[in-house]
Design a protein around this ligand. Sequence first.
Ligand SMILES: [Zn+2]
Length: 326
Amino acid sequence: MPYKTLPKAELHMHIEGSFEPELMFQIAERNDIQLPYESVEALKEKYDFNNLQEFLDIYYQGCAVLITEQDFYDLAWAYLLKAKEDNVVHTEIFFDPQSHTDRGIAFDTVINGFHRAFEDGQQQLGISYRIIACFLRHLPEQAGFDVYPDIVRHKDKIIGVGLDSSEVGHPPEKYQRLFAQAKKDGFKIVAHAGEEGPAEYVWQALDLLDVDRIDHGNRCLDDAELVNTIVDKDLALTVCPLSNLKLCVVDDLKNHPIKIMLDNGLKATINSDDPAYFGGYINDNFAQLQSAVNLSDDEIKALIRNSFEASFLSDEEKAKHLSALA
Ligand SMILES: [Zn+2]
């Protein structure tokens, strides 16, 4: 099957969501932190979520064992090794600064650990990267403004800002002022929208945040005019099939709307979201989706082409990757 060997880009991956339980226990031990689980197996048993919030509660608990720059480095390096196995040649990852700064970890510790790992990944594994800092939308917009100067200070390492965490009840309009500032400062703009939230939130991401890409976006399919607008603007959706299944956005992968998205001309891409929690990295997403909805080779190739076209690589770099796929 072509997805296994084809070079691909990943555009929706929370680095803290790639925290495998084994590494979590290892880092907790060296930092002398007691996890509230007896074993890796006991922790994994908790990975049975009914919705986004149940996942987030476990996810933030996992983040709490990350203390030193080396911890952040090790987390990112473990993801890069998985990405290499799956033939990912370019990755655009999210991190959640507030999950760490709110625990008293310096912003510089976090970004320097991640950045050093991705620089090494580029040198040693040939995986190019971009880093996107996400704001936690369940917190007030002011909390985002409080961390924003650190993001600006590291603009040489951070290409864009995003919006993640609990969607319902926290529409994009809540973050309108902060994203306007980020746009003005030259950051790329992405936002999770239409995962659990309604099509209206996707409209807001377009109209109020002026996004360059939509993360998830599934619910745009409820609104034909919205679909046409997204197609006209040539905005990509970063779709996450196993995440959608695990968080009950779809009841069965057989009912995943990926083909409907492609048939409507939407620039959909395949991504792993929080792979340590949702049962697989990018090739697992392709494999399970393919067997569930019977993706053709052409559809798989289109999804992979989209991943490069929708990336924040330069036009020259995109052309190089796209010609390798031809
Ligand atoms: Zn996500």
